[in-house]
Design a protein around this ligand. Structure first.
Ligand code: SF4
Length: 340
């Protein structure tokens, strides 16, 4: 019998059993955060809906993604999605930017059916100026996107988790099911349909050195720039039930240094063309997230957020701390691979 890969066994263990109706009537989470539309700073309303989640996560999943813990283990009914929306709308205060995530693909009918999709987008039309959702590239089809474009009187922004434009990094280290070129052509299709494509790029997939990880994301910024309006560098943080967590517990993975993110932002800024380059790290400064020595983390994170909102990257040049030398010394440490 062929031994099960780490990726498949981790995917099997994290898959939730089918949820009862009560659980499906509540969304996963909702909060408000700082964002920018163009150069204007605005508040953004963020909503995570509870759906069946990403089909790829069930098959194998990406090495850093543990979002399936927030899913139902079955498709949500139209009524359940409608109830989640009503609960969220009760908390909505006309924030100009709305982001709706599903722990998967908003455009996958198994997660959100077509009627519910239109209802969700329409609910914010005339109240928000920009509406964002995320999807895998295979679901970007004109007949799916067009009704949403028509249902929302404002900018429709569609995020694609491209992660890296290097086919080997994407397929073998991140474990994505589609190639970089499929993501780039989905972004082009979105533009053709009048939507604004946004790329999520991953900083430090497993099995890369710190230096290789910075080089990978900077090259990805340059190669993705012509296809996207916005690119967000997302440093890996350790999520439960992932291959990255499996490696982390065995001392084989350290989340990226914030200095690596600063370097990637500075070098990426020069290659971003007309696209916006942003980064709003999750778990920044924590041991399971991107971090430095602990002394400078808050200051460095604040500078990264300010650069993301203002698109002024010059102030990142003057950041410093004694731990910068330690970071430099670790840049070329060999990554410890997985032999399972
Ligand atoms: S990162 Fe995206 S594509 Fe990969 S498993 Fe998670 S939700 Fe699915």
């Amino acid at each position: 019998m062929t031994p099960e890969s780490v990726g498949r066994s981790v995917a099997r263990d994290r898959h939730p059993p089918p949820a009862p109706t009560g659980e499906a009537r509540r969304y996963v989470n909702q909060w408000v955060e700082d964002e920018a539309v163009g150069r204007e700073r605005v508040r953004a309303f963020v909503l995570i809906l509870k759906t069946r989640g990403c089909y790829w996560a069930d098959l194998k999943g990406c090495s850093m993604c543990g979002y399936s813990k927030d899913t139902l283990g079955r498709s949500a009914t139209r009524e359940e999605l409608s109830e989640q929306l009503e609960r969220a709308l009760a908390r909505y205060r006309d924030e100009p930017y709305v982001k709706v995530y599903t722990s998967g693909s908003f455009l996958d009918d198994r997660e959100v059916d077509a009627e519910s999709r239109t209802a969700i987008v329409s609910a914010f039309s005339g109240r928000a100026r920009r509406f964002l959702f995320e999807t895998l590239p295979e679901f970007v089809r004109p007949e799916v996107v067009r009704p949403l474009r028509e249902a929302f009187a404002g900018d429709l922004e569609v995020a694609l988790g491209l992660e890296s434009t290097d086919p080997t990094v994407l397929a073998r280290f991140v474990n994505k099911g589609s190639s970089p070129s499929e993501y780039l052509s989905a972004a082009d299709r979105l533009r053709g349909l009048g939507a604004h494509p946004k790329a999520y790029l991953l900083l430090k997939p497993p099995y890369l050195t710190e230096a290789e990880a910075v080089a990978d994301v900077v090259r990805s910024v340059g190669e993705a720039a012509p296809h996207f309006d916005t690119m967000s560098i997302n440093p890996v943080h350790i999520q439960n039930g992932t291959v990255v967590e499996w490696l982390y517990h065995r001392g084989r993975y350290r989340p990226p240094w914030l200095w690596s993110l600063v370097d990637a932002m500075r070098a990426g800024a020069a290659r971003r063309g007309d696209a916006r380059l942003v980064s709003f790290p999750t778990a920044g400064g924590l041991s399971r997230g991107p971090h430095n020595c602990g002394t400078c983390d808050a200051r460095v994170l604040a500078a990264i957020e300010e650069a993301s909102l203002s698109q002024e990257f010059g102030p990142l040049e003057s950041l410093d701390c004694s731990c910068r030398e330690e970071w430099r010394a670790t840049l070329d440490y060999a990554p410890l691979g997985v032999d399972a």
